[in-house]
Design a protein around this ligand. Structure first.
Ligand SMILES: Cc1cc2nc3c(=O)[nH]c(=O)nc-3n(C[C@H](O)[C@H](O)[C@H](O)COP(=O)(O)OP(=O)(O)OC[C@H]3O[C@@H](n4cnc5c(N)ncnc54)[C@H](O)[C@@H]3O)c2cc1C
Length: 390
């Protein structure tokens, strides 16, 4: 078989989808391919939820059930087991966003801790994950990144954020579960990087437990990686990175233009792709020091990773290399990689419908704005519908 046609196999890609689920997915991608519909739909949904209109049922039966595992972790377990049966691992992602209160941040840290404990006895869940702004207010991260002095109350708030990081990183270390930390907007990310590096230095002595995320649409990330690699070697700790292209491009470019600074985003899609692939190659050349989680729906980068692994005689099951896609997207990559024996995982978001709306809106917008992504999903779903009809 041509190694570059692996992802064309729609039978494997959609093997867990019933005919009606296939139809629903097709209908959904058709809807979100229409930009005005997504814009209006997002605004109307936010408004309806804010004034408590009973729209949750509608959201659940459409976007939510397609992109999320459920409202709580128990809902996700059937999915986790089904995926594991076909060689795909799960990363349960408590995707509650936009919170402002300490009690809510504590609740998120509690949830992540519980999931780590649970994952310890569940081979199907080798990772845990959280977002910096799930543990503290965006504004605090931003103030530290921008080197604005904190008030006494804010200093206390920051101490609590550090304590949440410490708590989950220690739990992950003791349970031997790798902990992925997502990356967000560049104007808060320096503070998140610094705190993550402290956790890496403390908990990645024997092996990578704490993973940061490199958003390769940022042109400064390769230098950042090389510098941190040098420091980690000097200080004697390992690194783990999830590499992604990055989900906040429009926001980043708009803010840079508005405030008059150079955009942190690569000058073109091609430049982002090159940066992603170069960073991936660098890590594959340094697997003794760095583990890699390749978070992408991009076929070319995934084929490239497979090719590089083959060239270097790296086993498909090498524990330091993982592929990952988001639940509800790019099943043709995930399930075909799983069937071929690669380490591959789905990020499965869950949480109350209202709280995961920012995540769902990002997915809808991404599928509208990313050229080719939706049409590729539609083409594959159509191909599978036809195959089943025959
Ligand atoms: C498992 C997983 C975890 C993720 N975690 C995070 C995370 O922690 N933080 C985060 O920000 N995102 C995260 N993402 C989302 C990710 O960053 C991308 O938005 C998404 O995966 C689309 O990129 P792609 O690599 O799949 O490929 P493609 O569809 O090939 O690339 C699309 C991406 O390319 C970049 N791009 C597009 N046009 C241009 C342009 N003109 N100039 C420069 N760059 C351009 C943008 O980043 C865009 O999202 C995650 C994705 C996955 C699969």
């Amino acid at each position: 078989m041509d190694p570059n046609s692996l992802f064309d196999n729609t039978e494997t890609a959609f093997r867990l989808k019933s005919d009606s689920e296939l139809e629903r997915a097709y209908f959904l991608f058709k809807m979100i391919s229409k930009e005005p519909l997504v814009k209006i739909g997002s605004a109307v949904t936010k408004f309806a939820l804010n004034i408590n209109l009973p729209v949750e049922g509608l959201i659940r039966s459409t976007v939510f059930d397609h992109f999320c595992g459920g409202v709580n972790e128990r809902d996700c377990l059937t999915t986790v087991d089904k995926l594991y049966d076909v060689g795909v691992y799960s990363v349960l992602d408590y995707s509650v966003e936009g919170k402002e209160e300490d009690v809510q941040f504590d609740a998120t840290a509690d949830k992540v801790t519980e999931l780590i404990k649970f994952a310890k006895n569940k081979t199907a869940m080798p990772f845990s994950v959280f977002k910096p702004t799930g543990f503290g207010r965006f504004r605090i991260w931003q103030q530290i990144t921008e080197k604005h002095p904190l008030t006494e109350a804010e200093k206390l708030e920051w101490k609590k954020i550090e304590a949440r990081y410490e708590r989950v990183a220690k739990e992950a270390h003791d349970a031997n579960i790798r902990l992925l930390i997502d990356s967000e907007e560049s104007w808060m990310q320096d503070a998140a990087d610094t705190l993550c590096e402290q956790m890496m230095e403390k908990y990645n002595k024997e092996r990578p437990i704490v993973f940061n995320t490199l958003q390769c649409y940022r042109w400064d990330r390769f230098e950042y990686l090389k510098n941190l690699h040098r420091r980690a070697k000097e200080k004697g700790f390992k690194l783990g990175f999830k590499i992604v292209r990055g989900a906040y491009m429009e926001k980043e470019n708009d803010r840079a233009a508005e405030k008059g600074y150079k955009s942190p985003i690569c000058e073109s899609k091609q430049a982002t792709d090159t940066n992603f692939n170069e960073i991936m190659k660098y890590i594959l050349d340094n697997l003794n020091d760095i583990e890699l989680f390749i978070g992408t729906h991009n076929e070319a980068s995934t084929y490239l990773a497979m090719e590089l692994m083959a060239q270097k005689n790296i086993s498909k099951k090498e524990d330091g290399i993982w592929f990952g896609q988001l639940f509800g997207m790019s099943d043709h990559i995930t399930f075909n990689l799983g069937a071929e024996g690669y380490n591959v995982a789905k990020y499965i978001p869950f949480g109350p419908v209202k709280d995961v709306m920012p995540y769902l809106i990002r997915r809808a917008e991404e599928n509208t704005s990313v050229a080719g992504q939706t049409s590729r999903e539609l083409t594959l779903l159509k191909k599978e519908k036809e195959r089943r009809r025959l």
